[in-house]
Design a protein around this ligand. Structure first.
Ligand SMILES: Cc1ncc(COP(=O)(O)O)c(C=O)c1O
Length: 338
C-alpha cells in the first residue's frame, strides 16, 4: 500500500466529484458566460464577504495577479522569510511584478504590528515606498500554523495606519477556519485580497479563486488574461470546487485529528520529535539527514518530503484513512530503529 503524505495536492477526484463535474452547465468563461464559474465566484464572495472573485488555474496565479493588481513596479512589499510566494513561485514577484521585497523573519509565520511598522518604508525620492503586506494562512513552511482573526484585525489596523494594503495567500485558509471553527469571513474581512486554493485540502483537481473589491478583481481579470489564465468551459472545474466546499470543507477537522494522532504517535514511539500540529501539516525533526530518511520512506512506499536538513513534512488529506495512518506510523518506527 502506497501512503502518500507529500502534500494535500496529491488527492484524486472522487467519483461523486466527477459526477458533479459531468453534470455542470458550462459556457465560455473568457466571454463571461459560464454559469458554473459564476456560481463558484459568487459562493466565494459570500464566504469571504468580498465584492468580487475570479477563478484562476492555480494558487500561484491567484497570488501573483492579486499582488499585481494592488501594486506598481518598484514598490516595496513586506513578505515573510518562509512564505510560499517567496520560496516556491520562481521569483514571480520580481519577474512579473517588478517588486522590491522587504522580507521579515517570524517564529510562526505572522508578523507583529510592530515588525510591520519597522519594515515599512515611506515613499520618497530615494526609497521604494511600501504599498503591501503579504500574509499566509495557514502557513505552509511553518507547519500549517494559523493566523487568528484577532491577529488579522491587529494587522489590519497597522496597515490602515500606514496606508498599505494586505494580500493573503489563503491556499489553506479552509484549514484555519475549520480548526478554529470560525467562518472564512472572520479572516478575510481584514484583508484587501485573498487567494483560496481548491486543489489542496479540499481535494479538487485544479483551481483557486482570488477575491477582493470589484475594482481589484477587474484589474486582476486583466492580469489573468495577460498571463494566459483565461479558461473556456472551466465550469467543469468550478463544479469540483462547489462540490468540495459543500462536501469536503466540513470534513477537514478529520484530517487535523489524524495529523495530531500521527504527531503524538511519533513522539511516543521514536527518538524523533514532532511539534504539535495546528492543522493538517506535521513536521518531524530527525536525528539524521532528512534526504536519507525520505529515501528510506520511499523504499517502504511511504511518501513525504524533506523540509530542511533534518526535518520532514507529512501532510494529511481526505484520502488518508485511519489504517494508512497506523501503517505510516509502523513504517516510520522501523526506519527510526535502523
Ligand atoms: C501556501 C501555498 N500558497 C500557494 C500555493 C500555490 O498553489 P499552486 O500549486 O496551485 O500554484 C501553494 C502550493 O502548494 C501553497 O502551499
Amino acid at each position: 500500500m502506497i501512503i502518500d503524505l507529500r502534500s494535500d495536492t496529491v488527492t484524486k477526484p472522487t467519483p461523486k466529484m466527477l459526477q458533479a463535474m459531468i453534470a455542470a452547465p458550462v459556457g465560455d468563461d473568457v466571454l463571461g458566460d459560464d454559469p458554473t464559474v459564476q456560481a463558484l465566484e459568487q459562493k466565494i464572495c459570500d464566504l469571504t464577504e468580498m465584492e468580487a472573485a475570479v477563478f484562476v488555474p492555480s494558487g500561484t496565479m491567484g497570488n501573483q495577479i492579486g499582488i499585481a493588481a494592488l501594486t506598481n513596479p518598484g514598490d516595496s512589499i513586506l513578505v515573510e522569510d518562509e512564505a510560499h510566494i517567496l520560496h516556491y513561485e520562481v521569483g514571480a514577484l520580481a519577474v512579473l511584478n517588478g517588486l522590491t521585497i522587504r522580507s521579515y523573519e517570524t517564529e510562526r509565520g505572522t508578523p507583529t504590528p510592530d515588525l510591520v511598522r519597522r519594515k515599512y518604508l515611506a515613499p520618497s525620492l530615494h526609497t521604494p515606498g511600501t504599498t503591501l503586506l503579504c500574509l499566509e494562512n495557514t502557513h505552509n513552511r511553518h507547519g500549517g500554523s494559523i493566523v487568528s482573526p484577532h491577529e488579522h484585525s491587529e494587522l489590519r489596523q497597522i496597515a490602515n495606519e500606514l496606508g498599505i494594503k494586505i494580500h493573503l495567500d489563503g491556499a489553506r485558509l479552509w484549514n484555519a477556519a475549520a480548526a478554529l471553527n470560525e467562518p472564512i469571513s472572520q479572516f478575510t474581512i481584514h484583508v484587501d485580497s485573498v487567494s483560496l486554493c481548491l486543489s489542496k485540502a479540499l481535494g479538487t483537481p485544479v483551481g483557486s479563486v482570488l477575491a477582493g473589491t470589484a475594482e481589484h478583481i477587474e484589474r486582476a481579470r486583466i492580469w489573468r488574461k495577460r498571463l494566459g489564465g483565461g479558461m473556456r468551459q472551466s465550469g467543469l472545474l468550478a463544479a469540483t470546487g462547489l462540490f468540495a466546499i459543500e462536501h469536503q470543507f466540513p470534513k477537514l477537522i478529520q484530517d487535523h485529528a489524524r495529523a495530531k494522532q500521527f504527531s503524538e504517535f511519533i513522539n511516543a514511539n521514536t527518538q524523533w520529535s514532532s511539534p504539535a500540529p495546528e492543522t493538517n501539516i506535521v513536521m518531524l525533526d530527525l536525528d539524521r539527514p532528512a534526504t536519507e530518511i525520505a529515501e528510506q520512506c520511499e523504499s517502504k512506499n511511504l511518501r513525504a518530503y524533506p523540509f530542511g536538513p533534518q526535518r520532514m513534512r507529512f501532510v494529511f488529506h481526505h484520502q488518508i484513512t485511519d489504517e494508512m495512518l497506523e501503517e505510516a506510523g509502523r513504517r516510520l518506527i522501523e526506519i527510526s530503529r535502523t
